[in-house]
Design a protein around this ligand. Structure first.
Ligand SMILES: Nc1ncnc2c1ncn2[C@@H]1O[C@H](COP(=O)(O)OP(=O)(O)OP(=O)(O)O)[C@@H](O)[C@H]1O
Length: 239
């Protein structure tokens, strides 16, 4: 698919297949990660191309959105609301029937470790907690596709470790998760598959093992992830 803003192609003929598990989308600033996330979440439509699911091309955006969980870069939370009420609202937005909402919210709170804060106003929560709430609103309806746009940005190292643990506990095995990031640490912690996007083009899509195999010479894992990423970037100015 291609997404153009005027003369600029934020995504330039990108084609990729996502699989169940965590697909980490790596890219530098401006690579097109958020644009791809928005298209996957049907918050934006491609200029050219389409989104295919196992059920066929996505034509009904509303019904697609009900099957997608999306955490944009800025968690879409309302400071004055209580965490639990906010999740009820998110569940309602996703079309869950009233009788399903109570259980869905309790489950999302439990899976993200937010149960004790369900009555807290969101404005009083720490940045790490708000990020957890962002995950909770994205999974409350048990989506088939979960899109997390740079969820670890702005978290300190300890909050990041907590975030990884929360995410691992919150995911269903059969959920297709796309997590965009420019932090290489996220790859080592979470990735089953890796996608490298650079200057609007997909440079690599494959399993973590194949990604690491591109740089067998580096000895430690962090070094291999770093070298593999650099190996897949376009030369400066090439695109
Ligand atoms: N609404 C828009 N109008 C014009 N240009 C845009 C718009 N949204 C994104 N772009 C441009 O498209 C390119 C890709 O942007 P995008 O936000 O998808 O990148 P990104 O990889 O998410 O970057 P970052 O890591 O900085 O968030 C950038 O050059 C950006 O300036």
């Amino acid at each position: 698919m291609t997404v153009r803003y005027g003369d600029h192609a934020a995504l330039d003929g990108v084609s990729c297949t996502l699989q169940p598990g965590v697909n980490v989308l790596l890219g530098r600033n401006g690579a097109g990660k958020s644009t791809l996330c928005r298209v996957l979440a049907s918050a934006e439509q491609p200029t050219r191309g389409l989104l295919l699911t196992s059920e066929g091309p996505v034509t009904d955006l509303r019904s697609h959105r009900s099957r997608v969980g999306w955490l944009p870069q800025t968690p879409p939370v309302a400071a004055h609301m209580r965490a639990g009420d906010y999740l009820h609202y998110a569940a309602w937005l996703k079309g869950l029937a009233r009788r399903e909402r109570q259980g869905a919210v309790a489950d999302a709170l439990e899976r993200t470790g937010l149960g004790p804060r369900r009555h807290s106003r969101i404005g009083t929560l720490s940045g790490g907690m708000v990020r957890r709430l962002g995950i909770a609103q994205a999974i409350v309806h048990r989506p088939q596709l979960l899109v997390l746009d740079e969820p670890t940005v702005g978290l300190d190292p300890e909050q990041r470790i907590q975030f990884y643990a929360t995410l691992r506990g919150a995911l269903d095995d059969d959920t297709v998760t796309l997590l965009s990031t420019h932090l290489l640490e996220d790859v080592g912690e979470l990735a089953q598959r890796v996608l490298v996007l650079d200057a609007g083009r997909m440079r690599f899509v494959g399993a973590l093992d194949s990604f690491l195999a591109t740089t067998p010479e580096a000895s430690d894992r962090e070094g291999r992830i770093r070298q593999a990423f650099l190996a897949h970037l376009a030369d400066e100015g090439a695109a």
